[in-house]
Design a protein around this ligand. Structure first.
Ligand SMILES: [Zn+2]
Length: 71
């Protein structure tokens, strides 16, 4: 049902906007599209942790660079 889908998406978004290292919500996110895939870079203001998401999954910086280099 639509409501449950919305709830699932909402929970996923909340996880993406909480720092895994310190639990802070004080994050900055930059979203880009590379080769049709949504990539977002997030950095935590509190502890300076940085990470990438590809289609909602955390990915290593190396795999992002491979994707960009292959285009
Ligand atoms: Zn943090």
């Amino acid at each position: 049902m639509g409501l449950s889908v919305y709830r699932t998406d909402y929970r996923r978004v909340m996880e993406e906007h909480t720092c895994n290292t310190c639990g802070s919500n004080d994050l900055v996110t930059i979203s880009i599209t590379v080769d049709g895939q949504d990539l977002s870079f997030t950095a935590c203001h509190n502890c300076q942790t940085k990470w990438w998401l590809r289609d909602g999954q955390r990915v290593a910086l190396e795999s992002v660079l491979d994707l960009v280099a292959s285009t």
